[in-house]
Design a protein around this ligand. Structure first.
Ligand SMILES: [Fe+2]
Ligand SMILES: [Fe+2]
Length: 357
C-alpha cells in the first residue's frame, strides 16, 4: 500500500464541501490555454534515462492547433483574474497560511488522494474531456517516456493534487485561491503578471507604501523560499509534500512554482532570486511542457499503470503517515527587510497548535 499524505479531517471522513468541481476544472483548462507556450517541432523516442535538463521531446509532433486559443479562453479567464488579483493580499496570504497550519489533518494515501480529486472534479460531469487522474498520469507518463528521473515522474503524477484544497471546508474561499497563475505578495505587482498591474487596481495592497513599492518587504537575493507566493493549489501541495517525502528540491520547486508564470516564463522577480533559485528555475522550465502539453496524449490505462506508480510513491514517501503542521512554522520566520513590517506580520500570525496532526 502506498504511504499516506495528510489532509484535513474532512478528507478522511469523505465529507468534502459540495462545490462545482467541473467549473473549477473548466476554468483551470482555460487558464492553461492562456498559458500555452510557443509550439515545438520535431520528435524522437527513447526509453533511456536522461538528465533532468535534457530537452523534452514527448510533445514535438503534437498538433498545437488542438489546444483552445487564447481568445476563446480570454474573457472567462480575465474575469477570474480580476477577482484573484483583487483578493490575493498580504493579509489574506498570512490568513490562508495560518488556516492551513491550524487545520486538523487526516491521513490519505497518495493514490487515494488522486482518486478522490478525480471523483470530486469529474463526477459533476461524466462527459468531461479529460479527468484529473488522466491529466496527472499523462504528465507522469510523458516524463517517463522522455527518460526523465523517477522522482520527476512522481512529481508529474502529484503536481495538481493540491486542488483538493478547493473541497476542504473552510480552507479555500473560492476558485481564486486554488487555481491560476501565481505571483508574490508583499512587493510591487509586476507588469509581467498576466493582465498586468492594472488588473490589481482594486487590491487593497495596490499603491501601498511597502507592499507595492519595489521589492517591498523583501531584499535583493532573499531567495524565493522566503517570498510569500499567492495562495493556491501549488503552494498548498508544496507545504504538504515538503518534509514528508524524499523528493529533491527540484521536485518541490516544480510543485511550488509550476503556475508562477511571471517568473518561469516572463523573467520577472530576478532580483529576489538567490543561487539556488537559478537552478530551481531550470528545473521548473524543464517540467512546464509536461504540464501544459501532455493533455492531448492518448488516454492512459489507469489500472495498468497503477502498480508502477504505487511503487514510485513508496520510493519517495517513506513514512506511511506524515505530519504537516510542524514544518510550517518556518514560513513565519521569513527574513523581512523592515522590522516594522516583521512586527506587523508577527502580530497577524495565530499561534500554532503543536499537538495537531
Ligand atoms: Fe496546476
Ligand atoms: Fe497540471
Amino acid at each position: 500500500m502506498a504511504p499516506g499524505a495528510t489532509f484535513p479531517t474532512a478528507a478522511a471522513a469523505g465529507e468534502f464541501t459540495k462545490r462545482d468541481g467541473k467549473a473549477l476544472e473548466t476554468l483551470s483548462d482555460n487558464i492553461d490555454a492562456v498559458n500555452i507556450l510557443k509550439p515545438l517541432t520535431t520528435t524522437t523516442t527513447t526509453t533511456t534515462e536522461k538528465g533532468l535538463y535534457d530537452e523534452s521531446v514527448f510533445d514535438k509532433t503534437k498538433d498545437k492547433s488542438q489546444f483552445r486559443q487564447y481568445e476563446t479562453a480570454c474573457a472567462r479567464v480575465k474575469s477570474f483574474y480580476k477577482e484573484q488579483h483583487t483578493k490575493q493580499t498580504v493579509a489574506y496570504n498570512l490568513l490562508a497560511r495560518n488556516k492551513f497550519r491550524s487545520s486538523t489533518r487526516a491521513r490519505m494515501s497518495v493514490w487515494q488522494a488522486i482518486e478522490r480529486l478525480n471523483t470530486l472534479i469529474d463526477d459533476s460531469d461524466p462527459d468531461t474531456s479529460l479527468s484529473q487522474i488522466e491529466h496527472l498520469l499523462q504528465s507522469a507518463e510523458a516524463i517517463r517516456r522522455d527518460g526523465k528521473p523517477r522522482w520527476m515522474q512522481l512529481t508529474g503524477l502529484i503536481h495538481d493534487l493540491g486542488k483538493l484544497l478547493y473541497f476542504f471546508d473552510g480552507i479555500a474561499e473560492g476558485q481564486w485561491d486554488v487555481v491560476g497563475d501565481t505571483f508574490p505578495v508583499g512587493c510591487a505587482f509586476d507588469d509581467r503578471i498576466i493582465y498586468g498591474r492594472e488588473s490589481f487596481v482594486s487590491n487593497p495592497d495596490y499603491g501601498h507604501e511597502v507592499y507595492d513599492r519595489g521589492l517591498g518587504i523583501y531584499f535583493p537575493g532573499i531567495g524565493l523560499d522566503n517570498v510569500m507566493l499567492s495562495w493556491g493549489h501549488d503552494e498548498y501541495l508544496y507545504h504538504v509534500v515538503k518534509g514528508q517525502s524524499t523528493l529533491p528540491d527540484e521536485a518541490l520547486a516544480m510543485i511550488r512554482y509550476h503556475s508562477f508564470y511571471p517568473w518561469h516564463n516572463a523573467g520577472a522577480y530576478e532580483e529576489l532570486m538567490n543561487e539556488k533559485d537559478k537552478e530551481m528555475l531550470r528545473a521548473v522550465r524543464a517540467f512546464n511542457p509536461y504540464d501544459l502539453y501532455s493533455k492531448s496524449d492518448e488516454l492512459p490505462k489507469v489500472e495498468e499503470l497503477r502498480p508502477y506508480y504505487e511503487e514510485l510513491i513508496d520510493e519517495f514517501f517513506p513514512e506511511r503517515y506524515m505530519m504537516v503542521v510542524s514544518s510550517e512554522k518556518e514560513s513565519i520566520n521569513m527574513k523581512f527587510k523592515s522590522s516594522k513590517v516583521k512586527t506587523w506580520v508577527s502580530s497577524r500570525s495565530e499561534p500554532v497548535n503543536e499537538n495537531q496532526e
